[in-house]
Every structure is written in structure tokens, then in C-alpha cells.
Write a protein that binds this ligand. Structure first.
Ligand code: NAG
Ligand code: NAG
Ligand code: NAG
Ligand code: NAG
Ligand code: NAG
Ligand code: NAG
Ligand code: NAG
Ligand code: NAG
Length: 606
């Protein structure tokens, strides 16, 4: 009887777990902007948690599609990164890592069209279409529907038996809807109901390094146990071939290992390694965070990884970061099916005396002891390095993270900031200043971020004298970017300030007086006017300054004039350049001297 009750309980627990989006926890990527399965919805919460991948994250997370509003006729350029450039990947995660309170790892990967043909975000059909359907066999080729892994990835997973050597704790195999030894690889301890998320394979999602072929190329792993690094590196598909079973006709077969495959008369097909270096393996202690917050790690920065973009140019790629947490209540990295029910060292919600005079109840969901969260970027491009950039010269990507709104409205995303917001570089090296945003953020009171209510994320880049004085430096005194002759590079500086708005056309960019007149002297309306280029209202959510060579030594501070709003929001950065061709302090002295001289002349002429 007791046993039956227990069974009923477990069935309920499974149903609950598979029907509900139980998610409070999590990893959110902020640079590049993580979608958390969002696309072009205007909602505070995402529409569809099953769209592309299983994030297990909170529905309010994620950045909206990097687009201007509209259907396929609206083409907003995608972010691109040059081969060899450094891209700071940044994320926050909730459950602590590197503090000793649990065991954890982060796995960072990317894939492009070569291993994932058809990879795409999903393009809206019109301005009101969120384009958030989950792909199916009929829509697999529809541009309206997003696709990450190719359809075969899922078809093989659905046919292949799950790996029955895995630890599934005390989850009973004989319950309907739970895991049996015949369950396919789409059903796992974390996804016992076999819910589908795009064409992702649940077993591949939950485990890494995976033992069958995947489209993902490994970039880096942060581990709590660096003794496992050699094993991780040698098991990565970057360097190791992986096999899978097909029928002689070439259809996916159910056997998940070489022996069973051959003994059924099927064919074991081996996929070659990706043929790239093994992933970098690092200690999670380098990016430690405490429990129960989505905040910063060491050096006041988010958790992250500086990705040197590989020599693997493709038009369409996506980035994936997984956060895998567990506890030491069992030996998670060594435990296997030998310790499954009834021997499981972790039990569903134990209610025991633990050596006391009364019972203590513990919250333990064995479904979630050992849990993986993930986030993914939108599609980006990897571009070959321009010939004129010498191979020794580093390229630093300089981007913007965050979304429109105040800190509470955007949570668990973040307010705007530059990424990196502190950078040291050398003369002759390059910045690639580029950012994207979305016009699909939920409508907010425009005061919660500047600009027209119908425009979304916008930024610019203006040098300032001091980081604590919220004023742009006078245009003529810019020292950060100089031309070959050591003069302020006016074209570039103007471009960075006005981000390609038509400021030379007085009918497209209005003066303050014209704006007030046009809006019946209403200042608030004037601020939101689409012809207010001072507020960047006529700009695109995407901006690219291309490569900018650093010629001037010095410590430079810069800000975004639209979004920086003390004390509610700060969008500022610092760049330190050493070994430049020119010297910013001496240049400043000359311009200061000129000012003093001209003041003297004016004074003497009076
Ligand atoms: C997560 O950790 C478990 C051990 O608890 C391990 O078996 C699994 O492969 C890891 N998965 C990922 C995606 O890192
Ligand atoms: C770290 O990994 C090594 C190699 O797999 C293993 O022998 C050792 O027990 C692990 N240490 C901890 C603390 O998990
Ligand atoms: C077997 O693997 C190769 C790649 O190594 C692939 O080209 C081929 O399509 C695979 N066979 C089947 C039936 O999928
Ligand atoms: C990335 O590189 C910068 C130096 O350019 C360094 O300050 C920062 O700590 C690095 N981030 C990580 C996560 O290693
Ligand atoms: C700055 O932000 C505050 C609060 O979010 C807002 O009330 C104010 O209007 C903003 N400043 C400007 C100039 O719009
Ligand atoms: C300014 O923009 C308007 C509207 O697009 C256009 O008709 C006009 O020719 C432009 N003027 C100049 C000087 O480019
Ligand atoms: C900052 O925001 C608060 C309300 O959230 C507002 O009262 C205050 O005026 C804002 N500061 C500025 C400078 O706009
Ligand atoms: C730059 O100017 C500062 C202050 O005038 C001076 O100390 C420094 O030596 C100069 N550096 C170069 C490379 O000229």
C-alpha cells in the first residue's frame, strides 16, 4: 500500500515536472545577447519555452530579436565577428559556482551552417508576428520558423534508445511516462516526459561530452575539478570521432552502441572529429559566484569567457552556454545506473530523524539533482579577417549589452552597458565597435529609458573628460580616435556620436526649436519625436563602426548620451591604450594651450 502511494506520488511528480515550466533558476547570456527562446514577441515573458532549446530558465529572461520592427522586407544586419578577434562572452547564473556549495561546470559551444545547415532565428511575417512557433516537419524549411539543430539530430535521438547506464536516482522505471530501459534518448532524468524543444536532443543537452555525433563545436569548459580536464579534452568531438547506428537503408536505428548495432545487422557510422583544437579547460574558481543572485563574479565583472573567434568563417552561427549544477550528496561524475533505485543515495524529499528526536524534512527533487540550464545567442556571422589587418594585431570586439527599461523592468536581463566596459589595448591594435538591440522590447514608459516609445534599444559612443563627470568632451578635443596626422578623426567621432543618422539633412534631423514647435511646445513629446536625432530616435538598433585602429596612448572614458541617466542608469566605459603613435595628454595640452591663447587674443582685442 505504502509502495503504491509512493508510486502515485512519483507519477504526479513526473507529470508535474513535465507539464510545468518549473524554472526559477538559471543562466542568462548578456553578450552576445541570449534569446532564452524569445524571438520577436513584445511580451514581458517569452511566448514559447519549447521554441529552439530547453533552457529551464525563467520566462522573463532573454533579449528580443535583434531587428527593426517589420516583416521579411525589413533587413537588420546581424552581428559579425572577425576571425581572431576577442569576443567577451558574458552571462549571469544563479546557483553559485566555485564557492564549494555545489559542484558545477559551464560548457561553451558554437555551431554554424556546416554542421547545422538551415540554422536561423525565424523571420516575422509582419510587424505583429512574433515568429515564435516551434519547428515541426512541415515548417522545417519555413523562414518564419527558427531552427538551430538540424531535423536529423532529433530524428536520430527519437529513435535511439537512451543510455541505460546513466544514473537516474530513485526515479522508478515502471511508471508510465517515466524512464524505462526502452525509452528513447529524448527522455532523460531531467526530461522524463520527452518534451520536445526545437530539434534539440535531450540526452545530448543533459550530458557533455556526448557519446554520439553532435553539430556543436566545443569552445571551452569551466569545471569544478580540473583533474577531469584531460578526459574532457580527449572526449570532445573536436578531436574524437563519434559513432551512431543506422539501418542498412540509412534510417536511424535504435541501438546506441557498436555491439548491439552490428548484432541487429545494422551499420555503425562514424563521424570524423570536427578537426579543431580541443576546448580550453579552466577552473570554475576563475569565475566564482555566490548562491541566489544573478550578479557579478571576480573583478566586478559578470561571469564570462574571452572567446578568440576561430578561423571558421560562416554566414550563420549560434553560440550556446550551458550551466550544469549538482551537489556532492552522491558522486555525480562517477555515479551510474548501479546506484539507481532502490540504491540511490539521493531520495525524493526525505523525511527522517537524522539522529535527532524528531523528523526533519528535506526538499530534494531527484529529477533536478544534477541539472543543466542553457542560453543561446541569435544568429551571427564569423567573417574572415581583412587583409590589411596585420596578423599580430589583436582585434577587440566592443559591444553593448542590456535592454530598454529600468533595472527592475529588465530583470533578469540587465540595463545597458558597454562590453567590455574596461579594456587595455596597445597602439596598432583594433577595436571592432558594433552593437545590436531590438525594437520588440515590451512597451515601457519612455522615461524608463530615453527616446521614442516605438524605438527600442539605441546607443552611441562619445568620449568624456572624466568618468565621474557626465558630460561629453567637446567634439574638437577628441583624442581617442585620431587620423594619420594626429588630429581628431572627425568623421569617425561624428559617426560614433550620431550612429549614421542623417544629421546633415535638416528635414530629417530637427533642431530643438523645430522639435518643440512640431510638438506643440510639449517637451516630453519632442523628446520622443522620431526626428529627434539628439535622442538617437532616427537610428537603427544595429550599428557597426567597423575596425578602428588605436593610434593614441592614454586613458579614455566614454559614455552613451541617450542611455546614461544618473542616478538611474550608467552606460560608460574606459579604454587604456599604451604604445600609441600619438600621446593624448600632449595633444590635450596643445588644444588647451590654443584655447588659452585665443582667449588671450580675444581679451587683448577688447
Ligand atoms: C552535468 O553534470 C553531470 C554530473 O552531475 C554530468 O554527468 C553531465 O555530463 C554534465 N552535463 C553537462 C552538459 O555538462
Ligand atoms: C576529480 O576528478 C578526478 C579524475 O576524474 C577524480 O579521480 C577525483 O575523485 C575528482 N575529485 C573530486 C573532488 O571530485
Ligand atoms: C555517416 O557519416 C557520414 C559523415 O561521417 C555522413 O556523411 C553520412 O551521411 C552518414 N550516414 C548516414 C546514413 O547518416
Ligand atoms: C577577458 O580579458 C580581459 C582583458 O582584456 C580581462 O580583464 C578579463 O578578466 C577577461 N575575462 C575573463 C572572463 O577571463
Ligand atoms: C532619466 O530617468 C528617469 C527615471 O527613469 C526619468 O524620469 C527621466 O525622464 C530620465 N531623464 C530624461 C532626460 O529623460
Ligand atoms: C532630406 O531628406 C528629404 C526626405 O527624405 C529629401 O527629400 C531631401 O532631398 C533631403 N535633402 C538633402 C539635402 O539631402
Ligand atoms: C531616477 O529615477 C527615479 C525614479 O525611479 C526618479 O525619481 C529620479 O528623478 C530619476 N533621476 C533622474 C536624474 O532622472
Ligand atoms: C606623453 O605625454 C606625457 C605628459 O606630457 C609624458 O609624460 C609622456 O612621456 C609622453 N609619452 C610619449 C610616448 O610621448
Amino acid at each position: 500500500m505504502a509502495r503504491n502511494c509512493l508510486n502515485v506520488y512519483f507519477v504526479l511528480a513526473f507529470l508535474f515536472a513535465s507539464l510545468m515550466q518549473v524554472a526559477l533558476a538559471d543562466i542568462y547570456m548578456h553578450n552576445p545577447r541570449g534569446s532564452n527562446n524569445r524571438n520577436c514577441e513584445h511580451n514581458v515573458n517569452r511566448n514559447n519555452a519549447n521554441r529552439l532549446f530547453d533552457s529551464q530558465n525563467n520566462g522573463a529572461g532573454g533579449y528580443a530579436c535583434p531587428r527593426k520592427k517589420g516583416g521579411p522586407e525589413i533587413v537588420t544586419p546581424t552581428m559579425y565577428y572577425y576571425v581572431g578577434s576577442v569576443l567577451p562572452i558574458e552571462w549571469t547564473s544563479q546557483h553559485s559556482c566555485g564557492t564549494g556549495n555545489g559542484l558545477c561546470n559551464y560548457v561553451i559551444q558554437y555551431m554554424c551552417e556546416d554542421t547545422a545547415p538551415g540554422v536561423r532565428d525565424g523571420t516575422p511575417n509582419d510587424a505583429n508576428d512574433p515568429a515564435t512557433y516551434t519547428v515541426d516537419e512541415n515548417t522545417n524549411n519555413s523562414p518564419n520558423v527558427g531552427v538551430h539543430e538540424p531535423i536529423d539530430n532529433y530524428k536520430k535521438c527519437r529513435t535511439r534508445r537512451r543510455n541505460t547506464g546513466l544514473f537516474i536516482a530513485d526515479q522508478r522505471q515502471e511508471n508510465p511516462g517515466s524512464l524505462s530501459s526502452n525509452s528513447p534518448a529524448t527522455q532523460t532524468r531531467q526530461n522524463p516526459g520527452g518534451n520536445r524543444y526545437g530539434w534539440e536532443c535531450a540526452e545530448e543537452r543533459d550530458y557533455w561530452p556526448y557519446w554520439h555525433p553532435t553539430p556543436w563545436k566545443d569552445i571551452a569548459i569551466y569545471t569544478h575539478n580540473t583533474s577531469m580536464c584531460e578526459w574532457y579534452k580527449s572526449e570532445s568531438q573536436n578531436v574524437k570521432e563519434k559513432g551512431e547506428c543506422f539501418t542498412v537503408e540509412g534510417n536511424p536505428a535504435s541501438q546506441n552502441n557498436y555491439q548491439d548495432c552490428l548484432s541487429e545487422g545494422n551499420v555503425w557510422n562514424v563521424t570524423k572529429p570536427h578537426g579543431i583544437p580541443p576546448p580550453e579547460c579552466l577552473s570554475v574558481n576563475l569565475i566564482a559566484t555566490r548562491d541566489n543572485h544573478l550578479g557579478n563574479s571576480v573583478n566586478l565583472q559578470m561571469q564570462g569567457y574571452n572567446w578568440t573567434i576561430p578561423d571558421d568563417p560562416h554566414k550563420r552561427c549560434v553560440l550556446r552556454v550551458r550551466y550544469n549544477i549538482t551537489t556532492g550528496d552522491y558522486h555525480p561524475f562517477e555515479t551510474d545506473s548501479k546506484l539507481n533505485f532502490p540504491k540511490s543515495p539521493v531520495k525524493q524529499d526525505p523525511f527522517e530523524k537524522f539522529g535527532y528526536n524528531h523528523y526533519l524534512s528535506l526538499a530534494m527533487n531527484t529529477n533536478q539533482y544534477g541539472r543543466t540550464f542553457q542560453d543561446r545567442s541569435y544568429v551571427f556571422e564569423i567573417k574572415s579577417r581583412p587583409k590589411e589587418v596585420p596578423s599580430w594585431a589583436k582585434i577587440y570586439n566592443l559591444n553593448v549589452r542590456g535592454k530598454r527599461g529600468n533595472i527592475v523592468q529588465v530583470y533578469p536581463s540587465v540595463e545597458y552597458d558597454f562590453v567590455p566596459n574596461y579594456l587595455e589595448a596597445k597602439g596598432g591594435e583594433y577595436l571592432h565597435i558594433q552593437w545590436t538591440g531590438s525594437d520588440y522590447n515590451p512597451p515601457r514608459n519612455p522615461n524608463d529609458a530615453e527616446g521614442a516609445p516605438n524605438t527600442g534599444d539605441r546607443s552611441n559612443f562619445v568620449q568624456m573628460d572624466y568618468p565621474h563627470v557626465n558630460f561629453p568632451r567637446l567634439g574638437q578635443h577628441h583624442t581617442m580616435f585620431m587620423d594619420e596626422d594626429g588630429k581628431a578623426d572627425t568623421n569617425l567621432v561624428t559617426k560614433l556620436a550620431f550612429v549614421n543618422q542623417p544629421i546633415t539633412n535638416s528635414s530629417l534631423c530637427l533642431s530643438p526649436t523645430e522639435l518643440l514647435e512640431k510638438n506643440g511646445k510639449n517637451k516630453a513629446l519632442a523628446e520622443q519625436d522620431e526626428r529627434n536625432c539628439g535622442k538617437l530616435n532616427a537610428a537603427s538598433p544595429y550599428f557597426d563602426a567597423g575596425l578602428v585602429v588605436l593610434r593614441t596612448s592614454g586613458k579614455f572614458n566614454y559614455m552613451c548620451t541617450r542611455n546614461n541617466n544618473f542616478s538611474n542608469r550608467s552606460q560608460k566605459g574606459t579604454l587604456i591604450v599604451t604604445g600609441g603613435k600619438f600621446n593624448s595628454s600632449s595633444t590635450l595640452q596643445i588644444s588647451t594651450l590654443l584655447m588659452v591663447l585665443s582667449a588671450l587674443i580675444v581679451f587683448m582685442m577688447q
